[in-house]
Design a protein around this ligand. Structure first.
Ligand code: ATR
Length: 273
């Protein structure tokens, strides 16, 4: 008897994750037999849990805060992109081995391709606000897409300096961030500022060229104050929900099969949850 494949999202906490409803919607829409569950795993238990999962019928898992770096270190095999990013968000259990991948950068680019098809990474410099894990994935994606220059700015300067040294970026002082906009093709917020319940992001946009695209990885609210300001100035904007949806697709295809599509109906299903 063939087993029904299982997958899930491993986090701590994990209750807020939209991944179960996202994968659940695809499973239902495509009539695929499978289950995707939230898995609350304490950091000290991660290694044991990952070893046990294949025997329980799991074909893979997403990994979220705070496990992304540890999951990379524990994998038997690591994709090139996950190694460069230094974190894993997608694990697959195949033939007794665990394979770690990172699809966050792919999700970021796929979201821009879908929602701003005319924008191209090689047409201008990019400025990244923030220097956490999401910034790392986006830096790698933009470099692979041919961004001619990537600037980074972060409240804690040392974290920006470290990323700049590792990836060959230009550092902009946090207090001078509004002066680094003149030739940008892309402005990305990867900080938690602008999220409901978090602090406000102060980012005057007056210096941005008309062609610049503004995007935010924050998607609660969907239209962050940054995106609202940019839209009011007539700039192109892309919200952050699509990154979440697109980063999920490669894992789904690998574990359950099919070609999962990111549609408006999926957006509504995930937002409504
Ligand atoms: P993730 O891995 O999801 O990107 P993270 O590593 O916690 O999360 O990074 C959060 C980012 O938001 C950081 O760049 C952080 O800046 P610091 O490195 O200075 O902490 C940024 N951030 C969070 N709160 C902030 C605030 N009040 N002002 C400015 N930046 C803030």
């Amino acid at each position: 008897m063939s087993k029904i494949p299982l997958a899930g999202v491993i986090g701590c906490p994990v209750g807020h994750s939209r991944s179960p409803v996202l994968h659940g919607t695809w499973l239902r829409d495509y009539g695929i037999a499978g289950h995707y569950v939230p898995l609350h795993v304490e950091p000290g238990d991660l290694a044991q849990v990952l070893r046990a999962m294949p025997a329980m019928g799991f074909v893979g898992a997403n990994v979220t805060i705070p496990h992304k770096e540890a999951a990379l270190a524990l994998a038997d095999e690591v994709s090139d992109i996950a190694a460069r990013i230094g974190a894993a968000n997608t694990l697959s259990f195949e033939g007794g081995r665990s394979v770690a991948d990172n699809t966050d950068g792919y999700g970021f680019m796929a979201n821009l391709r879908q929602n701003a098809p005319d924008w191209r990474a090689d047409q201008g410099a990019a400025l990244i606000l923030g220097a956490g894990g999401a910034a790392r994935a986006i830096i790698v994606a933009l470099q692979d897409a041919g961004a001619p220059e990537i600037r980074i700015t972060n409240r804690t300067r040392a974290r920006a300096d470290a990323l700049a040294a590792e990836f060959g970026l230009t550092v902009v002082d946090w207090d001078a961030r509004s002066q680094a906009l003149g030739d940008l093709g892309l402005l990305v917020n990867t900080t938690s500022l602008g999220m409901a319940g978090q602090g406000a992001l102060e980012m005057p946009l007056a210096g941005l060229p008309e062609r610049a695209l503004v995007t935010d990885i924050v998607y609660t609210p969907l239209e962050t104050p940054l995106l609202r300001d940019a839209r009011a100035r007539g700039l192109r904007v892309v919200d952050g929900l699509g990154m979440l949806l697109h980063q999920a697709a490669p894992g789904f295809a690998r574990w359950f099969g099919g070609k999962p599509q990111v549609t408006d109906a999926l957006r509504r299903a995930v937002l409504g949850a």
